[in-house]
Design a protein around this ligand. Structure first.
Ligand SMILES: Nc1ncnc2c1ncn2[C@@H]1O[C@H](COP(=O)(O)OP(=O)(O)O)[C@@H](O)[C@H]1O
Ligand SMILES: [Mg+2]
Length: 384
């Protein structure tokens, strides 16, 4: 019996459609964004080709069987953000002899099997989504999933280890120092001396943050205490990095190749924040009225574009990423290109940068979703 054969009530074998569990919501601050993304992905999956099971994770971490109505999950107004409905029936992922099955538990009813899951599509950002934790759960269950595995997710989330690995492979990153909460409390003068030696201005960032939360630009030593306190609220490990003064912010999409082929890179794009923002902060990222301009493709010399694409593919490979990634760069005034960071679960609404870059490269949103599902369906479970 092949994996997608199922025995009907009449004892006949039938080939069924691959079953895709789209998982969204979650415990991170990006719950509503994740729901909205799920609405777009659910609307883009072809029901002729796939069976879709929408699985929501509530704010407190419970898995429930959600509605497959994309409209319910859309962001329609700022005061009513979509969220996973906690009153819905609980779902669990149960390991069976020949795969993993979703089981629905309704009050005072016998647990109902939804059938074997072929691919889980996690649409979760940040901690418990993009950092290797849910990936570990899915590895334990032996189920295929979209995107990076445990190690690549965890390293991609940690700006410190990401730089260690990129640097070890000769990829260009900005000079930085790591300051821990213990170091900052125990020997602050030594930490300040290290930071001074980088030269101001510097950026102070939580090592495992996202959405620019807890990030400050520090112009001189006087601003350091406040910036460290803000970053330490998010993470006991803080990265202090030389500021890329006058740099352009450039991004590139990467998709894994099929059958061991090298990854594909998209056109590259540029982000320009409005003059009132000193950098691409939380408001510039998410509030539409902030007038951040995304230019796809970016107006850059051809050799710089090629360099960005090469470095994107290299970053994807040296970090052993699977599925997809968005690699973010600074192009310095002298046209040197440095990697800022890699995101293994980039923003994925149709108006997010990653889908926009792929659309400009000839792959529209439904085709992009389909490619990610196909990549996951074709991959091995266990060590790869
Ligand atoms: N070294 C730096 N030089 C200049 N700008 C920076 C630097 N580091 C971060 N920034 C600005 O802060 C934003 C957020 O930083 P980033 O490292 O990308 O964190 P996040 O994971 O929160 O997106 C960047 O998009 C950029 O605008
Ligand atoms: Mg960023």
């Amino acid at each position: 019996m092949s994996e997608q054969d199922e025995q009907g009530a009449d004892g006949q074998l039938r080939t069924r459609k691959p079953r895709i569990a789209v998982v969204f919501g979650g415990r991170s601050s990006e719950h509503a964004v994740s729901c909205a993304t799920a609405g777009s992905v659910l609307a883009a999956i072809d029901p002729q080709r796939y069976d879709v099971v929408p699985v929501g994770i509530t704010h407190d971490g419970r898995w429930v069987l959600e509605s497959d109505d994309p409209a319910r999950l859309a962001i329609t107004s700022a005061d009513k953000l979509p969220e996973v409905d906690p009153t819905r029936a609980t779902v669990t992922l149960a390991s069976e002899r020949d795969g993993s099955e979703l089981v629905v538990h309704e009050p005072s009813a016998v647990p109902r099997k939804l059938g074997e899951v072929d691919v889980v599509f996690p649409l979760l950002h940040g901690p418990w989504g993009e950092d290797g934790t849910i990936q570990g759960l899915l590895e334990m269950a032996g189920v295929r999933y979209v995107g990076a595995g445990v190690l690549a997710s965890a390293v991609g989330m940690d700006k410190h280890y990401m730089k260690v690995v990129l640097q070890a492979h000769g990829l260009p990153v900005l000079p930085y120092a790591v300051v821990t909460a213990r170091g900052w409390e125990g020997d602050r003068p030594a930490c300040v001396e290290t930071i001074d030696s980088l030269g101001y201005p510097v950026f102070v960032k939580p090592a495992r943050g996202g959405s620019s939360l807890g990030i400050s630009k520090v112009h001189d030593r006087d601003e350091l205490d406040d910036a460290m306190a803000a970053a330490l609220l998010h993470d006991p490990k803080v990265l202090v990095e030389v500021s890329a003064e006058g740099a352009r912010e450039i991004e590139c999409g990467v998709l894994q190749g099929f059958a061991g082929n090298p990854p594909d890179t998209s056109v590259v794009a540029e982000i320009n924040v409005a003059g009132s923002h000193e950098f691409y902060d939380f408001a510039a990222k998410y509030l539409p009225e902030e007038q951040t301009v995304l230019t796809v493709p970016a107006d850059l010399p051809e050799d710089v574009v090629r360099r960005v694409q090469e470095l994107s593919a290299q970053a994807f490979e040296v970090l052993s990423v699977e599925g997809l990634a968005r690699v973010d760069f600074f192009v310095l005034p002298d046209e040197r290109v440095v990697v800022n960071e890699i995101n293994t679960m980039p923003g994925f609404t149709p108006s997010s940068m990653f889908p926009l870059m792929w659309r400009a490269s000839g792959l529209d949103y439904p085709a992009l979703v389909d490619r990610l599902i196909q990549l996951a369906l074709h991959r091995d479970t266990g060590l790869r």
